[in-house]
Design a protein around this ligand. Sequence first.
Ligand SMILES: Cc1ncc(COP(=O)(O)O)c(C=O)c1O
Length: 450
Amino acid sequence: MTEIDRARLNQLHTRETQRFISDHPQSAAHYQRAQSSLLGGVPMNWMKKWAGPFPIFVKSAQGAHFTDVDGRDYIDLCLGDTGAMTGHSPPVVADAIARRVREGITLMLPTEDSLWVGEELRRRFGLPFWQFTLTATDANRFAIRLARQITKRPRILVFNWCYHGTVDESFITLKDGVAQARRGNIGPPVDPAVTTRVVEFNDLAALQQALAAGDVACVLAEPVMTNVGIVHPETGYHKALRELTRKSGTLLIIDETHTICAGPGGYTRAENLDPDFFIFGKAIAGGVPGAAYGFTQEVAKCISDGQNLEDCDTGGIGGTLAGNALSLAAMRATLTKVLTREAFPRMISAAERWTAGVEKAIAEFSLPWHVTRLGCRAEYQFSPTRPKNGTQAHDAMDFELERLMHLYAMNRGILLTPFHNMALMSPQADPEDVDQHTRVFREAVKELVA
Ligand SMILES: Cc1ncc(COP(=O)(O)O)c(C=O)c1O
């Protein structure tokens, strides 16, 4: 197996940084100007973390490509970290949005689109009742609150190195088997160890033990971990997870915000899962802010029984703009016309092509890396074998190497999903774009091991 020479890596990083700076004068100027009005020169703190000395400023995006303010074109394999999994601004969604924008955007009242979307979500995912929020984070937060109220239990359980948005309870990791606040956790309301149990994914014994005390309201899980690199469940894991949660009276929240990439019904439909709550955000409205959470008949009854009309606007589940007319019009167009049953085979086949290309280059240069895929999402990880849990996936990360690979790709017109090495395919994915990534990836690793 080929070792990465760190001096070579640093040398390439310096060269690629210089190339990035000279290729992006307008982005550099915008970044400089932004220093006086935006904290750190960016509209959101994590935009500072892109590989490269400053972020690329975007001019426009369409389908699987975007153009920056320097006039450069990019193949977009990030797709807004799933927010634009539909491809950027699909014309049918853009038309529906334009129509709705002229007819009222937000009213605190339902529109007919909400009926259609509720019925489609019910048909697609099998859960009978739905509610809407603006973000997947909020959908998770509200499902957790409801689970606490229904079970009258204080805690939740998450998997080590999970990510479910900015949900306070989830910023917890295991260090030498002890649960503690995740590094970088900003201003936690309470120590997450008070609110949350955390166990490794695929460790049934640990799960059973953590649920045994009977104080866990819900397990919040991605059915396949996607945010620390892709970590698949072992055979039978989901069946056992469901059995253990049922046995201990714990509700199961399946967060499909990313795993919708597995197919039109998400991983839940593909693998016949049976959750109590189902979360779907980001791509649901083609990039317009919007998310949904669905739940079973039993959960719906408990919610209704516990609801008090007089207090229902201040119970901790809300959002003035949640369920707004614009989000629902965009959801309707996205679900009917874009993220359809017919679209997925093409998206998945593009991800298979990407996987085969990257695997071939890894083998050619004998690198101790591997590729994992879930539907139309694929990722290379810096370890020879698939991780079994979040810790193994996290241990395979290499911040400097990852930054070089991303910078190298950006300098050659390809945007990967930041903070890991993921590529996502939209319905407009072009095999030629996929092959271009393969060529650039091969060139990068060839230079790295030279
Ligand atoms: C699995 C999962 N759930 C929820 C979220 C939160 O989404 P948002 O940031 O849109 O609230 C994310 C964000 O990356 C996610 O990966």
